[in-house]
Design a protein around this ligand. Structure first.
Ligand code: ACO
Length: 305
């Protein structure tokens, strides 16, 4: 039996592929791309929320937000570790992100303008991330699947604290309710874009589904998110900014309007509202952290027996 044959059998039988196992080069490359992009998203994703750490409206909200932002850092580190099991180094893929040669999620290129944005990010953005990541708990590469299990538990806390913060605003003053609706209006469509292009325009989906790296197509997961979330918007007494949204009694799903793919493509190409600001912040942090890395390496070398 050839290596390829053994690999195909493991995929067919849902036996996880582990770092020491033989795998096709393209499978390895796809995983480094996806896990690397995912890790970068967690790290860049700390910025829009970090922006509100000093302005959270109460000590309770500040403590929750600090915990959440720290969790995102932890998720990034797990994911870089998972990527490294495939033979890349985190320095290399991190540098590619800083150089604009590796992507991170489009969603983090939108600004956080008011406090409601922080609730809405927890609720909608982490909510969308969970739909995608629960599916990845059964991805075929063992280290990625295992990282996802812990990450999903933490994302679930993020989503709930976000909904709770939104619920408080929804029951507040007219001004607070308007602030919440404004945040929903700005984040609804970008949250739908997180799932990626339609399946017909997704160059990686067919092969990733065959390898069971992805367990569902982009459109199916996006539909799942819309079906889960529209009733929550209604529960808050808010509206979805989509005139084409309607529930289809026959299919049991919500139908929704067309995503602005031009906006999506612009953001992914680096021309969104905050792309430059986000990368500049990460480059500055990398440069200013040079002395910490040097000190840590020096300390480690002195402690080698
Ligand atoms: N933002 C930025 N880039 C995107 C996005 C997005 N929302 N959606 C798709 N892309 C990129 C893909 O990375 C791919 O890029 P490349 O081939 O040039 O490297 C290209 O657009 C085409 O898309 P697909 O063929 O559909 O790509 P893929 O099969 O990788 O599917 C998806 C995209 C669904 C995002 C997948 O990579 C995935 O599930 N990733 C893991 C989850 C993740 O990264 N989440 C990040 C946000 S969650 C969070 O951090 C809280």
């Amino acid at each position: 039996m050839t290596e390829q044959h053994r690999f195909d059998e493991r995929i067919a039988q849902e036996i996880a592929i582990e770092p020491q196992d033989w795998m096709p080069d393209e499978y390895r490359k796809t995983l480094i791309r996806q896990i690397g992009q995912h890790a970068h998203s967690e790290i860049v994703g700390m910025l829009p929320e970090g922006n509100w750490l000093t302005r959270a409206p109460s000590l309770k909200r500040k403590a929750i937000l600090l915990a959440k932002v720290q969790d995102e850092a932890g998720h990034g580190l797990y994911l870089y570790s998972a990527a490294e099991t495939l033979g890349c180094t985190r320095e290399d893929i991190y540098q590619k992100m800083l150089d604009g040669k590796m992507k991170y999620s489009s969603i983090f290129n939108y600004p956080t303008l008011n406090w409601a944005d922080i609730g809405v990010i927890g609720w909608l953005v982490d909510g969308a991330a969970i739909v995608n990541q629960v599916a990845l708990c059964r991805t075929s590469y063992g280290p990625y699947a295992r990282a996802m299990v812990k990450i999903c538990k933490e994302e679930s806390f993020h989503q709930r604290q976000g909904f709770e913060a939104c619920n408080v605003l929804a029951q507040g003053s007219e001004e607070q309710r308007q602030m919440l609706q404004d945040a929903i209006n700005r984040f609804w469509w970008p949250a739908l874009m997180m799932f990626g292009p339609n399946d017909d325009n997704s160059p990686n989906s067919a092969q990733s589904l065959a390898w069971k790296i992805k367990r569902f197509g982009n459109d199916e997961l996006r539909q799942r998110f819309v079906d889960n979330t529209v009733p929550q918007v209604e529960m808050l007494g808010m509206t979805v900014p989509d005139k084409d949204l309607r529930f289809n009694d026959t299919t049991g799903h919500y139908e929704f309007g067309e995503i602005d793919w031009q906006e999506f493509n612009e953001v992914v190409a680096g021309r969104g509202l905050c792309n430059e600001e986000r990368l500049a912040a990460k480059r500055k942090a990398w440069e200013e952290g040079a002395w910490v890395r040097e000190a840590a390496l020096s300390y480690a070398s002195k402690n080698v027996a």
